[in-house]
Design a binder for this molecule. Structure first.
Ligand code: HAM
Length: 419
């Protein structure tokens, strides 16, 4: 018989990972909302051309990583490889520039890229992202960086390095591009990928894993920035310093998506392996127009939930989580099952303030009752589940109108009236 497995590069999420994902979701939502970001949910698949147009034809994502398929009517669709393009599409489609006085949005969801899987790199992964549209000023870049940092900090991920760079604009980037083409053309024995990218996307050569050692005194974008871009980048740095946010300027940071202009950044963590970019983003001043909207300058980021959770796990965040109290309902006589079942249900919905009467906290988990199990095996199960209290329904007590409440730590038992 065929034993089915999850497709390569995907994984089932359960146990601590499921708890972590839920927690990251809760924490991020709280931070996003505090900064007045509102949620937008977009479809998991879109017109494939939306991504080709925005991310760029010569990028790895579009060239070899998109899951593209045709639907029954022959429409070319793609599973979303990232969230920015979809969000901008939704923004234009619903005229949110007219509807919302401030255009700050967030999203959470699964993304799909056909990459070579390894630890921290998957074919289906989750991103939490924020996009601040319609604000050309450097303070928006800084707010976005601080937002990402605040979420990471709430998960005890503080050992991070924030890399920033400016990729300039349509005025100054072509100068840099040409300088790079001239420089790289003089280098012999470039790898096949670099040779291919030299014409189409020379910036990507800067972060080539194979060739980057060969590159000495490479031209930098910093030398080529026009006055406006330079002022913008200087202001971003001044603001970051003014709030005590440490960063490094990294002129090799070019990012794998073509829509960026000016500020780009990556947050790298020492608590994960080689896939150390746990969060990344930047400014995209032309994307809205490029996709048919107004000239609207914007900036955003996305963090990779799996990588963030890996970092949180390695910094011991999960060890300190407050535990829920589990209450185990045990049954000494099968004939009392219906009563015990009703009681468990009342406990869950806290009918008649039953939890307060039994001195239980609000975050309880209720397990049981089970039929046809010996009392010994029920108490064993309660121990395995780490129950804090076991409530026992026994015939003798029940006939008196009472139940036994046992504290599993102290082993003390108390007889409590069912009323
Ligand atoms: P990105 O750098 O492609 O940017 O992805 C952002 C984050 O998603 C990465 O830093 C990483 O943590 C995570 N990530 C990416 N690919 C994978 C993968 N295959 N497996 C696991 N995690 C992954 C974007 O997607 C841009 N849309 C970010 C942005 C928003 N820029 C402006 N606004």
């Amino acid at each position: 018989m065929t034993i089915y497995k999850a497709p390569r590069g995907t994984h089932d999420i359960f146990g601590l990972d499921a708890i972590g994902l839920e927690l990251l979701d809760t924490i991020s939502r709280r931070v996003f909302k505090k900064h007045n970001f509102k949620e937008i949910k977009t479809p998991i698949f879109e017109d494939a051309a939306l991504f080709t147009r925005s991310i760029g034809e010569a990028t790895d994502i579009v060239e070899k990583e998109m899951y593209v398929f045709e639907d029954r009517k022959g429409r070319k669709l793609a599973l979303r490889p990232e969230g920015t393009a979809s969000l901008v599409r939704a923004y234009i489609e619903h005229r949110l520039d007219m509807l919302d006085p401030v255009n700050k949005y967030f999203y959470c969801g699964e993304m799909f890229r056909y990459e070579r899987p390894q630890a921290g790199r998957y074919r289906q992964f989750t991103q939490m992202g924020a996009e601040y549209l319609n604000n050309p000023n450097p303070n928006a870049d800084v707010e976005i960086i601080l937002l990402a940092k605040e979420i990471l900090s709430a998960l005890n991920i503080n050992d991070v390095v924030i890399h920033i760079n400016s990729l300039g604009c349509e005025k100054c980037r072509p100068i840099f591009r040409q300088k790079l083409v001239d420089y790289f053309s003089s280098i012999k024995d470039l790898c096949e990928d670099c040779k291919r990218r030299l014409e189409k996307n020379p910036l990507r050569l800067l972060d080539c894993k194979i060739d980057s050692q060969k590159f000495q005194n490479v031209p930098t974008m910093q030398e080529c920035l026009c006055d406006d871009c330079k002022n913008h980048f200087d202001k971003v740095q001044t603001l970051l310093r003014s709030v005590g946010c440490e960063y490094v300027v990294d002129d090799k940071l070019v990012r794998g998506l073509d829509y960026y202009t000016r500020t780009v950044f990556e947050v790298r963590s020492n608590a994960v392996g080689s896939q150390d970019a746990i969060c990344a983003g930047g400014r995209y001043d032309n994307l809205v127009k490029e996709l048919g909207g107004q000239q609207i300058s914007s900036v955003g980021f996305a963090l990779g939930s799996e990588r963030v959770l890996m970092a949180a796990r390695n910094t011991g965040f999960f060890d300190k989580l407050p535990k829920n109290d589990l209450i185990f309902i045990a049954l000494a006589d099968n004939e009392l099952f219906d009563e015990a079942f009703k009681f468990a249900n009342n406990l869950m919905i806290n009918k008649e303030n039953i939890r307060q009467k039994l001195n239980l906290c609000d975050n309880i988990i209720v397990e049981g009752p089970f039929l046809n199990k010996s009392l010994k095996s029920q108490f064993k199960l309660a121990d395995k589940l780490n129950a804090c209290k076991t409530i026992l329904f026994g015939k003798t007590e029940f006939d008196k109108g009472t139940i036994l409440v046992k504290d599993m730590k102290t082993q003390q038992q108390e007889e409590v009236s069912l009323d």
